[in-house]
Design a protein around this ligand. Sequence first.
Ligand code: B12
Length: 210
Amino acid sequence: MDILKQISQYVVEGEPGELEELMRRALDQGSTARELLDGGLLDGMNQVGELFREGEMFVPEVLMSARTMDLGMEIIKPLLGEGDVKVAGKIVVATVKGDLHDIGKKLVCMMLEGAGYEIHDLGVDVSPEDICRAVEEIRPDLVGMSAMLTTTMTAMKETTEALRAAGLYDSVKVMVGGAPINAGFAEEIGANYSPDATGAVELANALMAS
Ligand code: B12
């Protein structure tokens, strides 16, 4: 089996020890962080998503896969940002209230950090009030919100409304993303959308320039 397929398989099976060893070996042998991310880790997580949807994987197994994916991302994190030193802007990022999914958000943070942004990651299940408080304290250029459940998308709307009510909305630009989110929803709530982490960097750069 080729190395990328094996990495993806370890994510599906939730085997962090094996994954770490193989990823370090692959990097030693000249694979790039980007190759391991796209062809290995993300491919594995996509398979997990399908198996979960089909009822062939359950929450405890998905958690093991998530932990394995996390470890894989930690290994490549220092390599993705190599070469960038300038601070492109400050971004507050959070998974919204009621939502505990953070793999995609972490990936977005990693890519933005790699592109030179100063990231303030507030974590998961973050209320509109806490996001407003962070915006007041940190005074970021951008706010990024992640939601993976259709039931938590509404918390994004509540957050943009809370930012407006607190008079903070005009001082930041808001980006949103996550599986149930689309451009139409983003526009409706006064935010900007990108479907993935690479797009998030392009979007952040465009928003900073506008
Ligand atoms: C891993 C996972 C979990 C893990 C999360 C672990 C963790 N630490 O994150 C655990 C087991 C905890 C979990 C729990 C639940 N989950 Co879940 N989970 C998933 C799964 C399989 C993968 C998500 C993932 O990490 N994908 C990989 C990452 C890299 O992709 P991503 O998150 O989409 O992020 C990318 C983009 O969306 C975008 N992006 C993300 N955020 C942002 C933010 C910004 C600003 C931007 C610009 C872009 C952006 O960029 C990212 C990188 O490219 C998905 C299936 C799926 N297809 O998504 C279900 C899924 C999201 N879960 C689902 C469900 C139902 C649940 C539970 C309710 C299950 C239960 N019965 O308990 C709970 C809810 C817990 C809660 N309150 O949040 C459903 C949601 C259905 C829906 N429409 O609402 C899904 C779609 C599975 C399914 N098909 O049924 N889950």
